[in-house]
Design a binder for this molecule. Structure first.
Ligand code: PRP
Ligand code: URA
Length: 209
């Protein structure tokens, strides 16, 4: 069974509460999503392997630690996942970026694929899939399927807010994928929106309300 990591640091909870407020404008919403993504990135990369390196400080030669050449792909699920990319790239500047385009059909709530472009060498990379909202879990599961087809073995799903239904679906369908979220909310409404949630993340990021 995959692990659900709830990253409930006070700074993250505070910023997320501001994001949930319907009066928060798009520019502030985007900035807070950037900041939270950077902070969540610390937990998503917590198990990165380190290697010893020799460094000459101004005072002496010391044996110190550096990341041991981990290759990373950041893959946002379009559109809303784009809002989490810059924060992660700030943390991992050498990461390659791919894109998966999926939208939810408004009546069936099923994901409809429209784009997939992933970096070369995915089989040797750790992939961080990003999407602020994990609702029914349909979009995340289909995106994970697409990444797995490349031979990628280390996939982590990073979301902002999840519904229990979505967490369950990803854990049952992809037990090898760990999930990182800032909050698990109460439930889905009859339109498959997360309650209390924050509304439509894509619309709030891109001002298309
Ligand atoms: C939203 C969200 C997820 C998906 C979650 O995207 O960003 O991708 O819904 O729902 P699910 O877990 O039930 O699949 P949406 O389809 O609204 O597309 P957008 O990001 O382009 O607005
Ligand atoms: N997608 C969103 O953007 N918000 C939700 O609450 C559910 C799906």
């Amino acid at each position: 069974m995959s692990t659900l990591h709830v990253i409930d640091h006070p700074m993250i909870q505070h910023k997320l509460t501001i994001m949930r407020d319907k009066e928060t404008p798009s520019s502030v919403f985007r900035q807070l999503l950037y900041e939270i993504s950077l902070m969540m990135g610390y937990e998503v990369t917590r198990d990165f392997p380190l290697q010893d390196v020799e460094v000459e400080t101004p005072l002496e030669v010391a044996t110190l630690k550096k990341i041991a050449g981990k290759k990373v792909a950041i893959v946002p699920i379009l559109r809303a996942g784009l809002g989490m990319v810059d924060g992660l790239r700030e943390l991992i500047p050498v990461a390659r970026v791919g894109f998966i385009g999926l939208y939810r059909d408004e009546t069936t709530h099923q994901p409809v694929p429209y784009y997939c472009k992933l970096p070369k060498g995915m089989e040797h990379r750790m992939c961080i899939l990003t999407d602020p909202m994990l609702a029914t879990g349909g979009s995340a599961c289909d995106a994970i399927d697409l990444v797995k087809k490349t031979g990628c073995k280390d996939i982590r799903l990073m979301c902002l807010v999840a519904a229990p239904e979505g967490v369950r679906k990803v854990q049952e369908t992809h037990p090898d994928v760990d999930i990182y979220v800032a909050a698990v909310d109460r439930e889905l409404n009859s339109n498959c929106y997360i309650l209390p949630g924050l509304g439509d993340a894509g619309d709030r990021i891109f001002g298309t309300i």
